[in-house]
Ligand binder design. Structure first.
Ligand code: FAD
Ligand code: SF4
Length: 470
């Protein structure tokens, strides 16, 4: 009877998975959401109206078959839902956890008009977690080997997306990464309270079972040359991300006690995962007055990592207002709940201190006219300067591309911002200036999202398959 109820969305409200107790949550490096119970997942999935033209599917960068797998979950058919969700997404359990759903699929749900969007992300996570626990693995029985081999540089979401499509089409991918674990920023960036690291180590086992080979702790350009890869493989895919820090360009950025966001996050992950080389690498915020500068996902992760390390106080200063923050709304709310204090419309103009950081000088801003991209630029209000006291400052202004020295010699072109030129359209999608080299993810589009990197990696694999004629 429940399954035939077309008005489920009225009787059953949107319900997110329960969060763990705040006082525990603020100390632990574990995911903050409890998993859905089967009954709850089915009830929430059944709220979907199955719109004729599902906006959620269009807004999702990989165009997941959302209403179709929601229906399967509402019927309790998890294995079929897992099979279907893997047709469009390489890492559905990861996207379910870290996508900014409020800006993507859930933001486009028709039920936002007064009823509350379907909990698409949490159901997506539930499908794969449950299917894996039931022993489900992708069905590779119909794959016919082509004898072709492709080298993938980078085991982040772009590289994994590419390898997934290649192996499902009988092309053997060998994935190289300089890190000791797969995932790229999923492992060495995004903290455990959003994404526990066992998710990636389990995925590595699943991918290996599918026929993807990983060569970790191997840096291309140092341990193995690009020339070797080009000689040994039929094609090369690059999904190497963006790793050049954006600087504020104000005085005091080099004072002791001022840290780059990723250095801080990676040191924390390395300690938690046992990859720490020396205890001096760890950046400890215990008892400190921490000021985090920035308003994106990276800034939120630094805020919440500082809280969990036992910081005395954590203040996040952002130069625009709350409505113009680039990060996921959900994560800003979580940060506030955990005790982060937000100061909006504050632009840093200097970091001050005698021999080490003692404070951040900020000026108040108001939003001016929209720029070329439609974002309103902050304008400083003269005379509104103040100093925020700080023992530690984390700079989270984002990342720019980091072109490799060998690009030029191999005919790989970059644009004015250092992004690799690899057009999404054309005879072979995501092909670079060198016909044998393809690229996708952050290094092509600039720092963006996990799901857009997956999408580009998967689409580039189609370009490679066309190029190889398989
Ligand atoms: P990456 O994930 O950076 O992977 C690139 C890989 O290539 C790395 O493993 C690197 O070691 C490897 N590599 C590079 N050069 C070489 C070489 N020469 N040899 C061998 N290996 C090499 N996005 C979201 O959607 N939601 C979030 O909540 C979110 N939070 C974020 C939090 C932080 C702190 C950061 C920094 C980013 C966050 N993002 C988030 C963005 C997201 O992580 C990235 O957009 C995404 O990981 C990009 O994928 P990628 O595969 O292009 O690159
Ligand atoms: Fe939503 Fe991201 Fe899943 Fe697409 S991949 S359905 S945007 S959570």
């Amino acid at each position: 009877e429940r399954l035939n109820n077309d008005f489920q969305f009225i009787e059953v409200g949107r319900q997110d998975p329960k969060k763990k107790l705040l006082r525990r949550r603020k100390k632990d490096f574990v995911e903050i959401y409890e998993p859905f119970k089967p009954q709850q997942a089915s009830e929430q999935a059944h709220r979907c109206l199955a719109c004729g033209n599902p906006y959620c599917e269009w807004k999702c960068p990989v165009h997941n078959f959302i209403p179709n797998w929601l229906k399967l979950v509402s019927e309790g058919n998890i294995l079929a839902a897992a099979e279907l969700s893997h047709q469009t997404n390489t890492l559905p359990e990861v996207c379910g956890r870290v996508c900014p759903q409020d800006r993507l699929c859930e933001g486009a749900c028709t039920l936002n008009s007064g009823f509350g969007a379907v909990t698409i992300g949490s159901v997506e996570k539930y499908i794969t977690d449950t299917a894996f626990a039931m022993g489900w693995r992708p069905d590779m029985s119909k794959v016919k080997p082509t004898g072709k081999r492709v080298a993938v540089i980078g085991a982040g979401p772009a590289g994994l997306g590419c390898a997934d499509i290649l192996v499902r089409n009988g092309v053997a991918p060998v994935v190289y990464d300089r890190n000791p674990e797969i995932g790229g920023l999923l492992t060495f960036g995004i903290p455990e309270f959003k994404l526990e690291k066992t998710v990636l180590s389990h995925r590595r086992e699943v991918f290996t079972g599918m026929g993807i080979e990983f060569r970790l702790n191997t840096e291309i350009g140092r341990d193995v040359s690009i020339e070797q890869l080009l000689a040994e493989y039929d094609a090369v895919f690059m999904g190497m991300g963006t790793y050049t820090y954006m600087k504020g360009g104000f005085p005091g950025e080099d004072l002791p006690g001022v840290h780059d966001a990723l250095d801080f996050l990676v040191a924390n992950v390395n300690r938690n995962l046992g990859f720490e080389k020396s205890p001096e690498d760890f950046i400890d915020m215990k008892g400190k007055k921490v000021v985090v500068l920035g308003g994106g996902d990276t800034a939120m992760d630094c805020n919440r990592t500082s809280i969990r390390q036992g910081a005395g106080s954590v203040t996040c200063a952002y130069r625009r207002d709350a409505a113009n923050m680039p990060g996921s709304r959900k994560e800003v709310k979580n940060a506030k709940e955990e005790g982060v204090k937000f100061l909006f419309n504050r632009q840093p103009i200097a970091i001050v201190g005698d021999g080490r950081v003692e404070g951040v000088k900020v000026v108040e801003t108001r939003l001016g006219a929209p720029d070329a991209r439609g974002r309103r630029s902050p304008e400083p209000i003269p005379g509104s300067e103040q100093i925020l006291p700080a023992d530690a400052v984390v700079i989270a202004f984002g990342f720019r591309p980091s072109p490799a020295p060998w690009f030029e010699g191999q005919g790989v072109a970059t644009d004015g911002q250092g992004r690799v030129v690899a057009p999404a359209e054309g005879q072979f999608k995501f092909q670079t200036g060198n016909p044998k080299i393809f690229a996708g993810g952050d290094m092509v589009r600039g720092s963006d999202l996990v799901v857009t990197a997956i999408h580009e990696g998967r689409t580039a694999a189609e370009g490679i398959l066309d190029y190889l004629g398989v």
